[in-house]
Design a protein around this ligand. Structure first.
Ligand SMILES: [Zn+2]
Ligand SMILES: [Zn+2]
Length: 233
């Protein structure tokens, strides 16, 4: 353990500043303060504090998502700690970061859990070639961190069966692409039947992906679907 901490110099995941070796926090003091400030901002659309934003997911036209929670606003064109966090979560399965964000998200979504026996977490699965490239699925690692706090299990009920990333598509293209990119895993189907599912993702932009995943989970017998994400555009 000592040797490891000598070899590994922790850095702030947001600004890259070196942190003291005994510090296992993912953010330096300044970035940590900026992150707290970003979380206390108001929603760009409804004007409510983010923790009580009532916008939901616009692409979810069939209302398969009963309620939604996110920690911060996401603006791709502005520099922010939330943007750096999202970026860092895609690159590396750095446990201190996932555990910090997971605990913060767990605190926001614990209100969704009336019956822990009936509730499961389901990650929005990452595109397969990125899992191969980076070696992990960020929403799955995040789900595991949330699970450790809330004590509800993670079920890998969804599969990513597509090959096109959403990022470069417009809304119409994203809706069409989401429709053919996900399916419910036959292996885990029974584990979501009659359950209250909290769908977990790192970033929600158009909402086309989460809307499609929620629809599939409902069709497979989930009683309700909630959504939890780190940041929402
Ligand atoms: Zn920093
Ligand atoms: Zn809002």
């Amino acid at each position: 353990m000592k040797l490891l901490s000598l070899l590994f110099v922790p850095k702030c995941v947001s600004c890259g500043k070196r942190l003291s070796p005994e510090n296992d926090a993912p953010l330096c003091k300044e970035c940590s303060e900026r992150w707290e400030k970003e979380k206390s901002a108001r929603c760009n659309t409804c004007g409510q504090p983010i923790a009580s934003c009532w916008c939901g997911v616009k692409a979810d036209v069939k209302h398969n998502i009963i309620a939604e929670r996110h920690l911060a606003n996401y603006n791709p064109s502005a520099e922010s700690v939330s943007k750096r966090i999202i970026f860092a979560m895609k690159k590396k399965a750095y446990r201190p970061l996932f555990d910090k964000i997971g605990a913060e998200l767990a605190n926001e979504i614990k209100r969704f859990i009336e019956d822990p026996e009936k509730t499961v977490l389901v990650n929005v699965p990452r595109i397969k070639r990125s899992v191969r490239e980076y070696g992990f699925d960020q929403a799955l690692v995040l789900s595991e961190s949330i699970s450790a706090v809330l004590g509800v299990p993670v079920v890998e009920a969804l599969e990513h069966i597509g090959s096109t990333k959403q990022k470069k598509l417009d809304l119409k293209g994203r809706t069409a692409n989401a429709k053919k990119s996900f399916s419910v895993s036959e292996k885990h189907k029974a584990e979501i039947k009659g359950k209250r599912v909290i769908l977990v993702d790192d970033l929600v932009t158009s909402g086309a992906t989460s809307a499609r995943c929620a629809q599939l989970l409902k069709r497979a017998g989930a009683e309700r679907v909630y959504l939890a994400c780190v940041a929402k555009a």
